[in-house]
Design a protein around this ligand. Structure first.
Ligand SMILES: *Cc1c(COP(=O)(O)O)cnc(C)c1O
Length: 372
């Protein structure tokens, strides 16, 4: 059999090795090293934010951001049903209540027209999460936030370099976050960042990331934080990746367009990532497909592809169906039918930055053989 094509192969073809060697040669491997600040500044400039706070993952970035906002205990945060657990988990861990909104059939992003009906006296914030390369329709979110006095948290973990109406993702709302997990557009092994324009919020994030040490007396704490520090080694790789972000975006779009064009004949069976909306061109963080007009579910389709040497990943599992939250008594009787349908029928195919033309061709060919 030909070589297996994994779901994601990262691309580390720039200064990654050079910067990493510098860390080792200089002895600066901890979070105190100079690359951390350089990466923070670089990301802040890139997204048009004042402050960047590097942390250990996208998940810890969400936890830091939510904790830093100091929302009243028991208040509600509206977020998409179709997203990673990290989003809802950050809310629950801060003693807040997650409230879900279903996603749209075509873009798989939060249906912003359903947000207002979920707003109650307890609502304190909206978490907008850009999904699979298309952005949330941000204007209505920002408008509602202003109307009801809500905070906005933007999760741009899948949207490095993406724009909404020409403005960079990561620049919206009170606070935004990125992940630098290896399948993201900027990768550094593990890592994340919180970005904001608010000096006080930035300061709180820095404290939370570092165990809330009192500045005047180390090892004294008035509040609980975490160790979410990013190392100089991760930041060094991040700096090298940021230098090549435009190339990464071009490559993602090239992969997306290739699949779009080559999988046309499978359109009767596969609903695929949309090319664009009124407010953004797909950056194709991943190329997603949802099975249609077939009894087959994503698990069966993925198994077929695995046997043919092609790696896939299932779509997210809806937040309101997560066993851990049901056990806590959350989301009883909550239905978000679109998120449930696409979770059952959707998966994505190899779309990492290291994917070669040859492999793309192989994936498309096998997809057509199996699904048209
Ligand atoms: C990847 C991702 C995260 C979590 O990031 P990690 O670095 O894996 O913890 C959060 N939100 C979204 C939308 C993501 O895609």
């Amino acid at each position: 059999m030909d070589q297996f094509i994994p779901i994601n192969e990262p691309l580390l073809g720039g200064n990654e090795k050079k910067y990493l060697c510098e860390c080792i040669d200089s002895g600066w491997i901890s979070s105190e090293g100079p690359y951390v600040e350089r990466f923070e500044k670089g990301m802040a400039v890139y997204t048009g934010r004042k402050y960047g706070i590097a942390v250990s993952s996208g998940t810890s970035a969400l936890e830091t951001a939510v904790q830093a906002l100091e929302l009243p205990k028991g208040s509600e945060v509206i977020l998409p049903a179709f997203t990673i657990i990290s989003c809802a988990q950050a809310v629950v861990k801060a003693g807040l209540v997650p409230v879900v909104v279903d996603c749209m059939e075509d873009t798989w992003n939060m249906d912003v027209s359903q947000i207002e009906e979920k707003i109650t006296e307890k609502t304190a914030a909206i978490m907008a999460v850009h999904i699979y390369g298309i952005t949330v329709d941000m204007d209505p979110v920002l408008l509602l936030a202003r109307k009801y006095g809500l905070k906005v948290i933007e999760d741009a973990a899948q949207a490095h370099g993406q724009t909404y109406k020409g403005k960079r993702c990561g620049s919206f709302g009170d606070v935004s976050i990125f992940s630098f997990y290896p399948n993201k557009l900027i990768a550094c092994g593990e890592g994340g960042m919180v970005l904001t324009d608010d000096a006080k919020l930035a300061d709180r994030c820095r404290k939370i990331r570092n165990l809330c040490f009192l500045p005047e007396r180390r090892f004294v704490h008035e509040e609980l934080g975490s160790n979410f520090r990013m190392t100089n080694m991760q930041a060094a790789i991040g700096c090298a990746q940021l230098e090549r972000i435009e190339e990464a975006i071009l490559k993602k779009r090239e992969i997306g367009r290739f699949y779009k064009e080559h999988l046309k004949q499978a359109e009767g069976v596969l609903c695929q990532s949309v090319e664009r909306t009124e407010y953004c061109d797909n950056i194709y963080w991943v190329y997603g497909v949802v099975l249609e007009h077939t009894k087959m579910d994503a698990g069966q389709a993925m198994e077929k592809l695995r046997k043919r040497g092609i790696g896939t990943r299932p779509f997210f599992y809806p937040i309101q169906k997560q066993p851990v939250f049901l056990k806590m008594g959350l989301f009883q009787g909550e239905a978000c039918p679109v998120s449930e349908k696409i979770a059952e029928k959707g998966f994505y195919i190899p779309s990492g930055l290291g994917l070669t033309e040859e492999k793309m061709q192989k994936v498309a060919q096998v997809m057509l053989e199996e699904f048209s």
